[in-house]
Ligand binder design. Structure first.
Ligand code: NAD
Length: 307
């Protein structure tokens, strides 16, 4: 693979300014430029958020996200285009976001912010606030996100269990379940936290049965992908008090439609798919791109290669 021009597609603007990444990579052996749709064909590789048909003419495409469910793997394969992703960098950012959700629920911070908007001095009921040590959290998917969540939330005294495709132990988790034991894994947890990729196996993994299995005082957290959850079933579970609440960063339709009941439900925190945001995002992505550019003229396997 000979790299003559690397494009930073302007769709990355949703996460960081594309020019920051282009400047960070300015010392690469080939020119790195911010490109729009019209310039894709002038490059042989691109770094991007979104997919474009024109990428199928390139040699290599790098996704700035870990989740690559928006890219057509078969077409990449058929056209001999390498696809790499950005897994491995979101452990701390997503871990801290999830810890924030849990602390909001336990310390009632989301209520205080809502009350402040209304200039309302209103204390929680005596039995609403709690502390985290001794609570249990089940993390569904023990990859980069899951391990980051275990590190940060575990450091707050929460007992961490995990669910993965095998039952082998993982550092940071006191118990591990294999994925055919989902219901056993989530039945007793105070918090259920979803960190799996969206695949044919995980689409609607969380359905009405899963929410029935959870405790009535348990909270559900999704920082993975919206379609891992059957959203109407989640809304039913929240409205019927089958679970205590939810913190949701991702949704079946994004942006979350204005008429979604999730905006207004009590004990629901909505964030706009930004659990992994950090001002260092472009540097973290840039390091992965740099590593792969250095592998271009050797036979070494690409880091984070998906296709
Ligand atoms: P990763 O590849 O490091 O980890 C994914 C883990 O899920 C792996 O350990 C894999 O074995 C496991 N897994 C896959 N299918 C499974 C199944 N059926 N049952 C149990 N475990 C299964 O990826 P990551 O960086 O941790 O990211 C995970 C996903 O989270 C991404 O694919 C993306 O969709 C999402 N994500 C969201 C945000 C956000 O901003 N909210 C940020 C980063 C990633």
């Amino acid at each position: 693979l000979e790299l003559e021009r690397l494009g930073v597609h302007d769709s990355v603007e949703a996460v960081f300014p594309p020019a920051e990444l282009a400047a960070f990579l300015a010392d690469l052996p080939a020119p790195v430029d911010v490109i729009g749709d019209g310039e894709i064909a002038t490059c042989d590789a691109a770094v991007t958020l979104e997919h474009r048909e024109a990428f199928l003419e390139l040699d290599w495409v790098h996704s700035i996200q870990a989740g690559v469910d928006r890219f057509p793997f078969d077409a990449f394969e058929a056209n001999d285009v390498i696809l790499t992703n950005s897994t491995g960098i979101h452990d701390r950012s997503v871990g801290e976001t999830v810890a924030g959700y849990l602390l909001s629920f336990s310390r009632r911070l989301h209520d205080h912010v809502a009350n402040q908007q209304e200039r309302r001095w209103s204390r929680p009921e005596w039995d609403e606030a709690f502390t985290l040590p001794g609570k249990t959290a089940c993390v569904v998917g023990t990859g980069t996100l899951g391990r980051g969540v275990a590190e940060v939330v575990g450091s707050l005294g929460v007992e961490m269990t995990g669910l993965r495709r095998s039952s082998e132990s993982v550092p940071g988790f006191e118990a591990i379940y294999a994925n055919d034991d989902l219901h056993a894994a989530i039945a007793e947890a105070d918090f259920v936290i979803v960190t799996v990729p969206l695949t044919d196996d995980t689409r609607h993994l969380f359905d009405a049965d899963a929410f029935d299995t959870m405790r009535e005082d348990a909270y559900f957290v999704n920082v993975a992908r919206g379609p891992v959850v059957d959203e109407p079933a989640l809304i039913d579970a929240l409205e019927s008090d089958a679970i205590a609440g939810a913190a949701l960063d991702v949704f079946e339709a994004e942006p979350l439609p204005e008429n979604s009941p999730l905006w207004e439900l009590d004990e629901v925190i909505v964030s706009p798919h930004c659990a992994a945001y950090t001002r260092d995002y472009f540097r973290d992505v840039g390091e992965i791109v740099r590593k792969n550019v250095s592998r271009l003229d050797s036979d070494a396997e690409f880091h984070n290669r998906v296709v």
